[in-house]
Design a protein around this ligand. Structure first.
Ligand SMILES: [Zn+2]
Ligand SMILES: [Zn+2]
Length: 63
């Protein structure tokens, strides 16, 4: 199978976990949630659950 960039993944686009503020790689995120048309990525199931409980508490971007 073809992989689109030969080797290094160190320039991967990182995203911020809105709950704990940790930078994570979307490809290895432990959990994702879609809210209001935006996908959020989480370092752990625990962070995703905290987000589920009250998404707006975490100041996610809104239109
Ligand atoms: Zn919202
Ligand atoms: Zn987290």
């Amino acid at each position: 199978m073809t992989h689109h960039h030969g080797d290094a993944t160190d320039n991967a686009e990182l995203v911020t976990d809105p709950v704990c503020g940790m930078l994570i790689d979307p490809a290895t995120a432990a959990a994702t949630r879609e809210h209001d048309g935006t996908t959020f990525y989480f370092c752990s199931i625990g962070c995703a659950k905290a987000f589920d409980a009250d998404p707006h508490r975490f100041g996610h971007p809104h239109r």
